[in-house]
Write a protein that binds this ligand. Sequence first.
Ligand SMILES: CC(C)(COP(=O)(O)OP(=O)(O)OC[C@H]1O[C@@H](n2cnc3c(N)ncnc32)[C@H](O)[C@@H]1OP(=O)(O)O)[C@@H](O)C(=O)NCCC(=O)NCCS
Length: 180
Amino acid sequence: MSQELETTRLLLKEITEDHLPLFFELHSYPEVDRFNTMGIPSDLQTTRQILLPAMEDQLQEMRSKYCWAVFRKEDHAFIGELGFSVSSSKYRRGEVHYLLIPDHWGKGYATELVKRIIAFGFDHLHLHRVEAGVATENVASLRVLEKAGMTREGCHRQILPIRGHWVDNYHYAILESDPR
Ligand SMILES: CC(C)(COP(=O)(O)OP(=O)(O)OC[C@H]1O[C@@H](n2cnc3c(N)ncnc32)[C@H](O)[C@@H]1OP(=O)(O)O)[C@@H](O)C(=O)NCCC(=O)NCCS
């Protein structure tokens, strides 16, 4: 079943076919792709292939992959993408990712989204850990995770293949018992 969420300023709608052109545009900005392994999609069909598992997951009773299209409440502007992958019930882990349209950077939206997903993970899904990985040079994203109360737990060396180079990745997490 589809899961809508909201924050003070933002509305999160689970992705549908209608949203695909918005995601294609988002994934096509070089500055959005800079620290991502996905690469810029060649066409809308490539974007659809990437997002299909999250659309199909909405039909599952036990959810494992969420992807929300994020809109600003005030004017319904498309802000970006928020994703959350959830482990099996034994491990009770979730991993968050987020990509915003560059015009909307620097307004605290990513931090607002990550805080909401942490609350969703602990209060609604009863997870034990919420995690995120971030390229070590992605300073804005590191800051988002720290502002959201996550702890840097370690560094995976040369784990991300980005445009022909191996890039280091910091691993962050927050536990259900950590202060929020
Ligand atoms: C990373 C990203 C989501 C941040 O979104 P955002 O809405 O601008 O983030 P916020 O406004 O909540 O917070 C950004 C913080 O980083 C800081 N920041 C941004 N660029 C910075 C830089 N070059 N050096 C130091 N700090 C920087 C901001 O000042 C802010 O911190 P502050 O509130 O203490 O001033 C956005 O830049 C993005 O979509 N990037 C491309 C995709 C991406 O890299 N996603 C993350 C993958 S892990």
